[in-house]
Design a binder for this molecule. Structure first.
Ligand SMILES: Nc1ncnc2c1ncn2[C@@H]1O[C@H](COP(=O)(O)OP(=O)(O)OP(=O)(O)O)[C@@H](O)[C@H]1O
Ligand SMILES: [Mg+2]
Length: 215
């Protein structure tokens, strides 16, 4: 199957959540996880290489997709990843590009982190519209990222109602936490695990027909 972390807003928390999610999945399932870094900044891949210093076991491989490469010129490659028993996780850039369209159409699941700032709300709605226009078949999962517990988001109710029409809105937010700024690709600390456990279990429950994980 293919799970893609994407939205068109930079800095929304895609890579942080993607790292946390694959580490978390790895602890829960024997299914093989493969990561594909499809962002020109290569944040996930660079972190994964840097984490070699930690001398902790590698949990998965991170593959880089080159900048001017369209890996899905041959759609067969994409369908093989989709049909595979492995969990194939893609991390995308915060800017949209035509080279992403086939992946966005054929992903099984797209996880969309968002915040309630005006810019993030607009970008999230534009991204949601784009998925509609390209007729993406993916299940859309919206997750509140960097959520500040003490803040009253005035546009929250309206935004939640709107996006709930187009996909699953994960009830528990991923809160703004310092511990998530120091995430690594080898191991989730107890604190990090605690920070993502509830929202990630909700994600897994909503896609578990495909994942088949015992929580
Ligand atoms: N829940 C969180 N709490 C605190 N800081 C966070 C959280 N999630 C992400 N961050 C921080 O926000 C910044 C942006 O996060 P990240 O790189 O994951 O976003 P991104 O969507 O992948 O960005 P880009 O569009 O550049 O790829 C990073 O400094 C990261 O440490
Ligand atoms: Mg990123």
């Amino acid at each position: 199957m293919i799970i893609t972390f994407a939205t068109q807003k930079g800095g929304a928390g895609k890579t942080t959540l993607a790292i946390a999610f694959v580490n978390y999945l790895n602890a829960l399932t024997g299914r093989k996880v493969n990561v594909y870094d499809f962002d020109f900044q290569k944040s996930f891949y660079n972190k994964w290489v840097e984490d070699e210093m930690l001398e902790l076991p590698k949990l998965y491989d991170v593959n880089v997709i080159g900048d001017d490469e369209n890996p899905f010129d041959d759609l067969e490659v994409l369908f093989d990843l989709k049909d595979s028993e492995d969990v194939n996780v893609f991390d995308l850039a915060g800017t949209l590009d035509e080279k992403y369209s086939d992946l966005l159409i054929y992903s099984d699941v797209i996880i969309i982190p968002f915040e309630y700032s005006d810019v993030s709300v607009k970008s999230t709605l534009v991204f949601k519209n784009l998925l509609g226009i390209i007729e993406s078949q993916a299940e859309r999962i919206f997750i509140r990222s960097k959520y500040d517990k003490g803040y009253k988001y005035l546009n929250q109710q309206e935004m939640d109602e709107e996006i709930s029409k187009y996909g699953v809105l994960i009830e528990t937010p991923v809160f703004k936490r310092n511990c998530l700024q120091t995430i690594n690709t080898r191991k989730l600390s107890y604190e990090q695990k605690y920070a993502v456990r509830k929202p990630f279990n909700e994600i897994i429950e909503s896609i578990n027909e495909a994942l088949q994980i015992t929580l």
